[in-house]
Design a protein around this ligand. Structure first.
Ligand code: ZN
Length: 151
């Protein structure tokens, strides 16, 4: 597969997440939430987590934003669902590092899944904040601490 084909494939993955985001909407009974805002682009993404017995039972997001911010939020929900509360920070850090760290990661679709497509955003520094927005919001939701379910 040539680089151009690969680029197209990555773009397709991002556009498909934007068009049909996974886990978009409110999350009844959520225990954590936070909003991320990216003034550079105008993206505003609200993230909800429902943590039950130390495990992320459900994740959702909603908001307005560009294709990259929404696709990234969609991937974030898939990546964090089912993980232990203590692993969230690590998973977020991995993706932020992948997008904004000093070393370009070597990822392939097989091992990293759709997240590999997101790594392509590295080439567009102005868009990196779009791609990290939902991840930082998930982190912030945890830092803020839990709210009573249903409130
Ligand atoms: Zn954006």
């Amino acid at each position: 597969m040539g680089m151009d084909d690969l680029q197209d494939l990555y773009q397709d993955i991002i556009l498909s997440h934007n068009k049909r985001p996974r886990n978009e909407g409110d999350l009844p009974g959520h225990t954590h939430e936070a909003e991320g805002y990216n003034p550079l682009c105008g993206d505003r993404i609200r993230v909800f987590l429902r943590i039950e017995e130390g495990v992320v039972a459900a994740v959702s997001f909603h908001g307005e934003g560009c294709a990259i911010s929404r696709a990234s939020a969609s991937m974030m929900t898939e990546r964090l669902k089912g993980c232990r509360e203590g692993e969230i920070g690590k998973r977020v850090a991995e993706v932020v590092e992948m997008l904004a760290g000093p070393v370009e990661p070597k990822l392939d679709l097989e091992s990293a899944g759709d997240l590999a497509a997101l790594a392509g955003v590295r080439k567009f520094p102005a868009r990196i904040k779009c791609a990290t927005l939902a991840w930082h919001a998930a982190d912030e939701a945890l830092e803020k601490g839990g709210v009573s379910p249903g409130s």
